[in-house]
Design a protein around this ligand. Structure first.
Ligand SMILES: *Cc1c(COP(=O)(O)O)cnc(C)c1O
Length: 363
């Protein structure tokens, strides 16, 4: 049985009729950018998350860098972020000229909230929390720190759609929640797409301006903005998917829980779940000291895996200019050397999961 790490076709097939009919509807409408599908999606997504405003954008990276742009954070400012995140989180900070200040992750792969305060300086302007792999971060402490030091709070929810901390949705704890709808995300479009959510009317209005060349009124440009508009086709298709989100998230939770229950191997460390933190299993990430052997072993059985992520941002070529050496963030680096994402996707059959479990337990 061949099992890929991810199967996007399954996600399409399940709602194929609805998706195809929506696509045709948009194609036949004669209106393709910033129209009624985008407006409806923004309204529905804001309400789904429990935020007052949503602004549709072209990608998750745009959501991140535009968030810091509208917050006025740039050159000379520092933003605290976890060191083991996907590099796009860090790019959201540095595109604006601000400096990322890294914090090591905890045992749950999220920012170690007990190590944030020591990183706060006079230049710190914001904390960027990434709810990595789909598990909500422990937000109570972060929110307290932001209040105490008057810092902005931005959340990277690219992997945490529907994930909650103590019953409150990720993306609603701070000033701006940033989402990606890249096809492989838990709420995926059929191309690139993203959005921000906020309760602040001014930030939402500024975001609308920035996404459209810095103009509120056509051809009257107030700021140097971007072209980061969500298109009607993606918005329409996202609305179809969003209407099934409860079912999709429940399915992932069931898959995640079964892995936790049935995987048993001393060579493999299973992911943990912190108290009060929901996990929507964007990825099911195990750790193994013999990772290369394990990848090979699974590949021989036609089971696909992915490493999220093999090179931490501080050691990537892109951030060579920050001047970090190997050893700067040992926990992050240890994770980069040992993490492995096993197959996890909507539409994974019981039989497929059994096959993966048996293989892993036999390693
Ligand atoms: C996918 C992802 C992004 C970037 O989203 P894009 O839509 O691909 O630009 C940012 N942060 C995290 C944590 C992600 O997983």
């Amino acid at each position: 049985m061949k099992i890929m790490a991810n199967r996007l076709d399954r996600g399409f097939e399940r709602y194929q009729e609805e998706l195809e009919s929506k696509a045709l509807e948009v194609l036949r409408s004669g209106w393709y950018v910033l129209g009624k599908e985008v407006e409806s999606f923004e309204r529905e997504f804001a309400s789904h998350v429990g935020a007052r405003y949503c602004v549709g954008l072209a990608s998750g990276l745009d959501a991140l860098w535009l968030a810091f742009r509208v917050l006025g954070i740039g050159k000379g400012d520092e933003v605290i972020v976890q060191a083991n995140t996907y590099i796009a989180s860090v790019m959201g900070i540095t595109i604006n000229g601000a400096t990322p200040v890294f914090v090591e992750p905890d045992q749950y792969f999220n920012m170690d909230v007990d190590k944030i305060e020591e990183k706060i300086t006079a230049k710190t302007k914001a904390i960027l929390v990434v709810h990595l792999y789909g598990q909500a971060s422990r937000m109570d402490k972060v929110v307290d720190l932001c209040r105490k030091y008057k810092l902005r709070l931005v959340e990277d929810c690219a992997q945490s759609h529907d994930s909650c901390f103590q019953g409150k949705a990720t993306g609603t704890f701070g000033d701006i929640g940033c989402f990606s709808f890249y096809p492989s995300k838990n709420l995926g479009a059929f191309g690139d797409a993203g959005a921000i959510v906020t309760n602040d009317e001014k930030l939402a209005a500024d975001m609308r301006m920035y996404r459209n060349y810095g103009s509120e009124k056509r051809y009257y440009n107030k700021v140097v903005g971007a072209n980061s508009r969500l298109d009607e086709l993606q918005a329409g298709l996202l609305r179809v998917r969003l209407s099934h989100m409860e079912e999709l998230t429940a399915e992932r939770k069931k898959l995640g829980e079964r892995y936790l229950r049935e995987l048993r191997n001393e060579e493999i460390t299973l992911p943990g779940i912190a108290e009060g933190c929901d996990h929507v299993w964007h990825q099911f990430v195990i750790r193994c000291n013999r990772r290369e052997e394990l990848i090979q072993y699974l590949a021989e059985r036609e089971i696909g895996t992915i490493i999220h992520y093999p090179i931490p941002p501080h050691l990537s070529e892109a951030y060579g200019y920050l001047g970090y050496q190997k050893g700067a963030y040992p926990i992050t680096e240890r994770y980069a050397d040992t993490v492995l994402s096993i197959p996890m996707y909507n539409g994974m059959t019981e039989e497929e999961q059994s096959f993966v479990i048996e293989a892993l337990n036999g390693f």
